[in-house]
Design a protein around this ligand. Structure first.
Ligand SMILES: O=C(O)c1ccc[n+]([C@@H]2O[C@H](COP(=O)([O-])O)[C@@H](O)[C@H]2O)c1
Ligand SMILES: Cc1cc2nc[nH]c2cc1C
Length: 341
């Protein structure tokens, strides 16, 4: 008998088809690094970044002409449980702030020459309260994943994954608790800066959600539709779409990594084209990155979201590429190489 078709089948098929890194492009970068006017290996992680870009763009001289920050915004039924320091209306108001250039992410994009696109995922219709029922129907979760895949159509050569959504650190904590176990307290932090009362409600909400959905959380995509918000599903789609189109990805903080963690649970190789832009000050993010096998580029005590930590890391990534492409070689600069007397 044929197994019943699921709305998630096409996602699973795509993940099975993910392309791998170009070993020849990476080797070309390593060969050039050895010729550049610096002691071998002295640019540390900058050298790794240049190699990473080449490997995942599939070209020996990578480009950073069209880096993009994509912000996916959504509202959450669980916000009505009093788990954030801010009202849910802030999600839409911040979308307007992004559009008029007044948010932190606008300034960081301006400083580093990044494009910015924001996506409103039905803000007027919050997902269902995960402490009571699944956040989304499976078909809606699959459609939102597909929307996230579409979002990066164009000539993008580096994608920063960001989000905005009041209540979504509760969503992310539930996802981590569902994926990684432990106790709710291991994964819950103060998000936008909740007081002790809201922190207690947040822990209770994460416990209740994972207890309610627990029997169904073995499948990461089922977990995504039960616990996740729309921004989580769309970010997961965008990460996969980038992989299919040879676009390296920079992950933002605690919330963006919840989408990444779902993909990683489906297939640990699914994040090989992703860098961690930073480690968020939201306490559990460091442990999440450890589980994802990612070492963050920056640690600046930030816990903003909206793609800000990823966008800042692009400054470092741009510098890494500039060194790789524009430094003189020992021969060009007439500098004696190692052991050349
Ligand atoms: O991603 C992070 O590291 C992060 C840490 C704390 C807060 N946030 C942002 O704050 C919002 C969610 O916080 P909260 O308290 O409403 O759950 C949402 O818009 C996130 O972008 C994001
Ligand atoms: C003002 C504000 C800006 C944000 N940006 C990302 N999350 C946010 C949450 C709040 C509350």
């Amino acid at each position: 008998m044929l197994a019943e078709a699921s709305p998630f089948d096409s996602i699973r098929n795509l993940i099975a088809l993910m392309p791998q890194a170009s070993e020849s492009a990476a080797a070309a970068v390593r060969a050039r690094q050895a010729e550049l006017t610096k002691p071998q290996g002295s640019l540390g992680r900058l050298e790794e970044i240049a190699e990473f870009l080449a490997a995942w763009q599939g070209k020996p001289i990578p480009s950073l002409d069209r880096p993009l920050v994509a912000i996916f915004a959504a509202n959450h039924g669980v916000a009505a449980k009093g788990v954030s320091a801010y009202p849910a209306s802030v999600t839409r108001a911040m979308m307007e702030n992004f559009s008029s250039g007044g948010a932190a992410i606008n300034q960081i994009c301006g400083a580093f020459g990044l494009g910015l696109k924001v996506f409103d995922l039905a803000l007027d219709i919050p997902t269902k309260d995960i402490t009571q029922e699944p956040a989304m129907e499976a078909a809606a979760a699959a459609a939102t994943f597909a929307f996230g895949m579409e979002a990066i159509a164009g000539e993008v050569d580096l994608l920063c994954i960001g989000e905005m959504g009041i209540g979504n650190t509760t969503i992310a904590a539930a996802i981590y608790h569902g994926l990684y176990g432990g106790v709710a307290e291991d994964w819950v932090g103060r998000g936008t800066g909740v007081d002790d009362g809201a922190l207690t409600r947040k822990i209770a909400a994460v416990k209740a959600a994972v207890a309610l959905h627990g029997p169904f959380l073995d499948d990461p995509l089922e977990l995504m539709r039960r616990l996740g918000g729309r921004e989580i599903a769309a970010m997961a789609g965008a990460i996969v779409a980038a992989r299919m189109q040879n676009i390296p990805v920079v992950l933002d903080g605690y919330v963006a990594c919840a989408a990444a963690a779902i993909l990683h649970a489906l297939d640990p190789r699914a994040l090989d084209h992703c860098l961690a832009g930073h480690v968020s000050a939201e306490g559990a993010h460091g442990e999440v990155l450890r589980r994802l096998g990612k070492k963050p580029l920056l640690d600046l005590g930030m816990r903003l979201g909206e793609g800000s930590g990823a966008a800042l890391a692009v400054g470092v990534i741009k510098a890494a590429l500039a060194c790789h492409t524009d430094m003189a070689t020992f021969a060009e600069a007439h500098v004696a190489g190692k052991d050349e007397g």
